[in-house]
Design a protein around this ligand. Structure first.
Ligand code: BGC
Length: 420
């Protein structure tokens, strides 16, 4: 072989490389999420496994930080630099904002082929659509207004399971007197506002909650009842561990699981920690509606929004993820681990534990009246800007034991006005 033919052979071999490399490229789906606690990681593992089984590569982009604030910051940076992931955990009204930027892809083929309109409640489907097209796939329905109880701790202390706010404080007194932490809590803005939102629902009722956090109605935000919400939050704060600053929600959950604390006010992702610890619902732990919110259901729907991609194989991987997310097998195993309700309406609920079964019944009851309310603290009710304004006021208030509730209410309304 002379030099020329050798060179030609090398060139023709090299020209084959990109092709064979493409053929071998199985398609990658990068998923940005904040499911990093023990229980959450177990849940997301089921999605990873399924995508891998279908022959695609899962690129995990897990950004630690409950409630997702850190994940959203990472997502914005990636999007600004023109390099968004294939899928990201984006929820509620925020989906519309990303849609309006023109960055999300329409999932028409996969949604039509898999009959999403028939599978999903209309209220849920509407949130997932931008301009009439699905741009996100929902994976579950979390309920936020729960109270988690360690019944052994209650028994040792002689406390009674509360159904009203008065009973909640009575139980807290009894637990405190017996040397337990009444409420396990992590001092992070989203956790503070989860408690605030539950109290608001309990004190303002469905209509008042809706007026305040969905309509951002000035009267509802500044009324006497809102002052009462802040007063009650201040009182509740006195039963929390003063060293709670920065504590993650799953560490707080662990305090209830281990019997150091009696209660945690948290959405039902808290159940994922009990499940991961091998505990049984209704026996080792109790889930009750947050006192005074029986009949209501503050919902928090986790969804994966899909970004526009160029590579054909990656688009295939992205479509596979979207399809898998609503398949019955995934809906069952993921939600058993995650603590949430399946978002599909045709699932066999006997496969779920007592808490999720109760959640399912309560969801249907709440749906009949005006009890289904979007969670403000979990990105379902307002823009992230308004939510951030509420978080700031609530957290500053809770961190200052001498803060004045009437002043906080004024701050709340003016912070919301400037964030709108
Ligand atoms: C998400 C849940 C997550 C929780 C704690 C919520 O906002 O919806 O999926 O488990 O935050 O990080």
């Amino acid at each position: 072989m002379n030099a020329i033919t050798r060179l030609a052979a090398v060139i023709s071999f090299a020209s084959l490389l990109p092709l064979s490399a493409v053929a071998a490229d199985p398609g990658t789906v990068e998923v940005l999420h904040w499911w990093t606690s023990g229980g959450e990681a177990k849940a997301v593992e089921t999605l990873k496994e399924q995508v891998k089984k279908d022959g695609f590569v899962w690129k995990d982009n897990a950004v630690a930080g409950g409630g997702g604030a850190a994940a959203m910051t990472v997502l914005k940076t990636r999007a600004i630099s023109g390099n968004p992931p294939a899928a990201a955990q984006i929820k509620g009204p925020d989906i519309q904002e990303w849609g309006a930027l023109g960055l999300l892809t329409e999932l028409d083929d996969v949604s039509k082929a898999n009959h999403w309109d028939a599978l999903l409640p209309k209220q849920v489907a509407d949130i997932m659509k931008y301009d009439g097209h699905y741009v996100a796939v929902p994976v579950n329905i979390h309920r936020v207004n729960w109270l988690w109880i360690n019944p052994q701790v209650f028994e040792k202390a002689g406390a009674k399971v509360p159904t009203t706010l008065d009973e909640l404080f009575a139980a807290a007194d009894t637990l405190k007197a017996a040397g337990f932490t009444a409420f396990a809590h992590g001092g992070q803005p989203w956790q503070d506002s989860t408690v605030f939102e539950d109290l608001a629902l309990s004190i303002l009722g469905n209509k008042g909650y809706h007026a305040a956090f969905v309509e951002l109605d000035e009267q509802a935000l500044t009324g006497e009842k809102m002052v009462e919400v802040f007063k009650t939050l201040q009182r509740l704060g006195t039963y929390m561990d003063p060293n709670r600053a920065g504590r993650d929600w799953n560490i707080a959950a662990a305090e209830v699981i281990s019997g150091k604390a009696g209660m945690q006010i948290m959405g039902d992702w808290a159940k994922s920690e009990w499940t991961a610890a091998g505990k049984v619902a209704g026996k080792d732990y109790l889930c009750v509606a947050f006192p005074g919110t029986q009949g209501s259901f503050t919902y928090n729907i986790d969804s994966l929004a899909m970004f526009k991609l160029k590579n054909e194989n990656d688009i295939k991987a992205q479509n596979d993820l979207a399809k898998v997310a609503l398949e019955p097998e995934f809906q069952t195993v993921f939600n058993q681990n995650k603590g949430s309700l399946p978002v599909r309406q045709d699932m066999d609920m006997s496969l779920f534990d007592a808490c999720t079964q109760k959640s399912s019944v309560d969801f249907k009851d709440a749906e009949k009246g005006n009890g289904l309310q979007p969670s403000m603290a979990h990105n379902m009710a307002t823009s992230l800007a308004v939510q951030g304004a509420i978080f700031d006021v609530v957290t500053n208030f809770l961190n200052d034991p001498k803060a004045d509730p009437a002043t906080a209410v004024k701050q709340l309304s003016s912070a919301i006005k400037s964030a709108k």
